[in-house]
Design a protein around this ligand. Structure first.
Ligand code: MN
Length: 438
């Protein structure tokens, strides 16, 4: 079996590679080995595609016009000049990799500095946008520790339903309310029912929560009726982002049966602005952890030996909270959890294969959420629902404030970093949101 080209290590991953953009060297998220794709607006100008490099952003619209690129790389930059990256994502891995190679060369070799410098903008002055128009968003449930923890709270006698180890469980989410990091989180209104009441109440959610997830950006799509085989799934995955699936737990408990979450989830989903490409991720692919003894083998359409060998992601994911009072007192954010992205029972390729096996078409710029990624212990639980055992056991902040769920003024930040021995670590850039009632 040949290894998918997306996993190839090439000169762009060389740990010795540095950039003449000084802030890139040693940058925690965006050294030259990353080169993530996004959409940004420079001050006073319209949105266009960009690539993050250190504290700067390379303007792909300007690069496409510059004459510095040829062939596939130039075509890729031209498709990225507009206000959404869907046309670039539709091209698939080849042109995306060609662009990465050329940009890596232009930003590392100081011979190109004079020509490229005018195409760089200070990221702090730019407005970041969603990287693509999201036609459809689906959220999975592949974090098995999360599924077990939550299942236990909602159904103490029956935490993990019998389908869980056979089907990558998911639901179709709401694309219109996916927003980029920094978007205001308005506390939603809806129905909830107190445990001691028969009738529901209407009002603001009192049990607002976050969910730590990875987002998967779809690159090349498939034609309606033609499933993506698991062995080709990698060709359809453009890259990853951080995703916060904000959740109203009181609404969720009342409404989720029989058809799943609705208003509990559809008021907002926040993603980090940069697509960390499949090519950038190549050094950070690891084996999918083996299934525990006694677990069923997946059906053949979900099984691929190469995917099992390389379908895991070596990333550390972290969630912090800073209350309004903590920010007023200039206290550092409080870490709620830190864990590994390897705690997924199903791989991303299995998610893509399952989503499409009935013929459902995925389109360039579609977004998949993994579901909340929790580790086996409390220090790595990916939601407050789990951390506080359904609100029973509060988290204590450095100010002495208690949190069972998110309060107004709280800022939640998800961060993630890929690490592998012998390679320069890369990151996503933050996925943040402050909760308000207005
Ligand atoms: Mn979720």
């Amino acid at each position: 079996m040949t290894e998918p080209k997306t996993l190839a290590i090439d000169e762009t991953h060389d740990p010795a590679l540095g950039s003449w953009v000084a802030s890139a060297n040693g940058h925690p998220d965006f050294p030259i080995q990353n080169l993530p794709l996004g959409v940004f607006s420079p001050p006073g100008k319209g949105p266009r595609g960009g690539i993050a490099i250190g504290d700067m952003i390379l303007d792909l619209a300007a690069l496409a016009m510059s004459g510095l690129l040829n062939g596939e790389a130039r075509i890729a930059a031209q498709t990225a000049a507009g206000q959404a990256l869907n046309p670039l994502l539709a091209l698939g891995a080849g042109p995306r990799r060609a662009l990465r190679r050329e940009v890596s060369r232009l930003l590392s070799d100081s011979a190109h500095r004079v020509a490229v410098q005018p195409m760089l903008y200070d990221a702090a002055q730019a407005t970041l946008q969603l990287p693509a128009r999201i036609g459809d968003y689906s959220d999975f449930y592949v974090g098995i520790h999360h599924a077990t923890n939550v299942g236990r709270l909602f159904r103490p006698d029956n935490p993990l339903l019998p389908n869980y180890k056979h089907v990558p469980i998911g639901y179709h989410g709401r694309a219109s309310s996916v927003a980029v990091s920094g978007a205001k989180v308005r506390r939603p209104s809806g129905q909830r029912r107190a445990p001691d009441r028969d009738e529901p109440l209407f009002g603001r959610s009192g049990r607002l929560d976050y969910e730590l997830e990875l987002g998967v950006w779809i690159g090349r799509g498939n034609i309606l009726g033609e499933p993506i085989a698991i062995g080709s799934a990698a060709d359809h995955i453009a890259g990853l982002t951080l995703l916060n699936d904000w959740s109203a737990r009181d609404f969720q408990a009342w409404e989720y049966q029989p058809l799943g979450p609705f208003l509990a989830k559809n008021f907002l989903t926040t993603v980090s602005p940069w697509i960390v490409t499949a090519e950038a991720l190549a050094p950070f692919r690891v084996a999918q952890p083996p299934r525990p003894e006694g677990d069923p083998d997946p059906l053949p359409y979900l099984w691929d030996a190469n995917d099992q060998a390389t379908g895991g992601i070596a990333a550390r994911l972290e969630v912090t909270i800073a209350s309004q009072r903590m920010r007023n007192e200039r206290l550092a954010p409080h870490r709620l959890s830190s864990g590994s992205a390897t705690h997924m029972y199903w791989t991303i390729a299995q998610m893509v294969a399952h989503h499409s096996v009935g013929g459902c078409n995925l389109n360039p710029g579609d977004l998949l959420g993994t579901g909340t990624i929790s580790g086996p212990d409390r220090a790595s639980f990916g939601s407050l629902l789990e951390l506080t055992a359904g609100g029973r056991d509060p988290v204590i902040l450095p100010t002495g404030e208690e949190r069972r769920f998110i309060e107004d003024g709280d800022e939640i930040v998800i961060a993630g970093r890929f690490e592998a021995k012998g390679f320069v670590p890369i990151g996503f850039g933050p996925c943040r949101g402050i909760v308000v009632t207005d």
